[in-house]
Design a protein around this ligand. Structure first.
Ligand code: PMP
Length: 429
């Protein structure tokens, strides 16, 4: 029922959770109830709802230059925005390709990786690797490298040659861990297995979310991403971080690459780039990859890839206003000062009925409930509905609830969220 066609949705009895407006940390439903936003929309409204500054910038841009092509032509605001993004990018990732969504950012990054390998004389490197329990959007590339089998099964055609690293998160070993557990290098070595299986000379790139979000907030154990970086370097494989969720302050650093101290070759973003307002995405690219690509007669990414709405001026205006807010309010690092309170509040839920794990990193968090026998996901769904009815919205992920509030969250909001959640967990037992 979740992504019903909207015309049909009107008649769909089980889906009357309708939002009418939003302000700050809250939604208001069509029947006038205030609901705290526990998931920053869908992990995108990092500066909170209803930001006038963004609205004003969008209106001004619409009246001044509503659309302009980025093909053979250009407009200064796109360069202004790219330069501002480059200024906060992880070291060296300061070449920007614009897209309109997370899915487009992923497909663009995968295409950049393939074109780069080819331009570097590595034409046999055509294989793309993802990870079990990874989510990378719904394009053919993102769906194929994605590690959610159900998201692929219904669609017969996938990219050929894709494979997936296993052992993303070891629930049994990590359960209730307040900090990143150890054994990261050991889990990351599963990439070595795929290299041995397929041959390094066939592999173009590996894409991972630094912290898988949509599959339940799965913080990597210590050393995991470092080890992936090492293995990619050793085998000539490009490393792509999908930071569509973790980008723009979610972990208390501008990007997860900063948090973990690991720099990928490419980084995909969207969502928080415009505070969830105007659709927009961007791929951040290392100079090595950019310079390897944007030269010579083949120059694939300039000649053969781009969207009508690449660097849409209205989205750039929304993005610039968003970056101003992030800067003025210190939001890209605010999570660092809230993370401990967030962690301790979430971990108060330990010991409640059916709670089998609690996970946190920065201002991301999840509470995992034991699945009901023969009805996986039912308990998570009931929890989501119960919380919604009592004033808390969050994104359900099977039997896990993902709570990741806007970065403007105050301690009192955290207390309120955890209290509603705790009561609901007891009720759906
Ligand atoms: N990658 C990640 C890590 C995501 O979380 C998402 C969306 N939840 C996407 C890609 C796809 O983004 P979009 O829905 O904007 O296409």
């Amino acid at each position: 029922a979740f992504w019903m066609p909207f015309t049909a949705n009107r008649q769909f009895k089980a889906a009357p959770r309708m939002f009418a407006s939003a302000e700050g940390m809250h939604y208001t439903t069509v029947d006038g109830r205030k609901v705290i936003d526990g998931s920053a929309g869908l992990w995108c409204v990092n500066a909170g709802h209803g930001r006038r500054q963004i609205a004003a910038a969008v209106e001004k841009q619409l009246m001044n230059l509503d659309f302009a092509p980025s093909f053979n032509m250009g407009h200064p605001i796109a360069f202004d925005f790219a330069e501002r993004l480059a200024a906060i990018a992880p070291k060296g990732l300061d070449r920007i390709f614009f897209t309109n969504s997370g899915s487009e950012s992923v497909d663009t990054a995968l295409k950049i990786a393939l074109a780069y390998q080819r331009a570097a004389g590595q034409a046999t490197r055509t294989r793309l690797l993802g990870r079990e329990r990874g989510y990378h959007g719904v394009g053919f590339g993102g769906m194929s490298v994605g590690g959610m089998v159900n998201n692929r099964r219904a669609f017969a055609t996938h990219l050929p040659g894709v494979d997936h690293i296993g052992h993303t998160y070891d629930l049994a070993r990590n359960a209730f861990s307040k900090d990143l557990p150890a054994h990261g290098a050991e889990l990351a070595d599963d990439l070595e297995r795929l290299v041995n299986l397929h041959g390094a000379e066939t592999i173009a790139a590996v894409i991972v979310e630094p912290v898988p979000g949509s599959t339940g907030v799965l913080p990597p154990p210590q050393g995991y991403l470092q080890r992936l970086r090492q293995l990619c370097d050793k085998h000539g494989i490009l490393l792509i971080f999908d930071e569509v969720i973790t980008g723009f302050g979610r972990l208390g650093t501008p990007f997860a690459a900063d948090y973990f101290g690991v720099t990928p070759d490419l980084m995909t973003t969207a969502k928080g780039i415009t505070n969830g307002t105007v659709p927009m995405g961007a791929v951040f690219c290392s100079r090595k990859v950019h310079d390897g690509l944007m030269v010579g007669p083949e120059n694939a990414m300039e000649l053969f890839h781009g969207y009508t709405y690449s660097a849409h001026p209205v989205a750039c205006a929304a993005g610039l206003a968003t970056l101003d807010i992030y800067k003025d309010e210190g939001l890209l690092t605010r999570g660092a000062s809230m993370a401990e309170y967030w962690r301790d509040a979430l971990h108060q839920l330990k010991g409640l009925p059916n709670v089998i794990d609690i996970r946190n990193v920065g201002l991301m968090g999840a509470v995992e409930l034991a699945p009901r026998k023969d009805a996986p996901g039912a308990r998570g769904y009931e929890l989501m509905v119960d919380c919604f009815n009592r004033g808390l919205y969050f994104r359900q992920s099977g039997d896990a609830v993902a709570v990741s509030p806007p970065l403007i969250v105050e301690r009192s909001h955290i207390d309120e969220m955890v209290s509603i959640l705790g009561d609901a967990i007891k009720r759906v037992a």
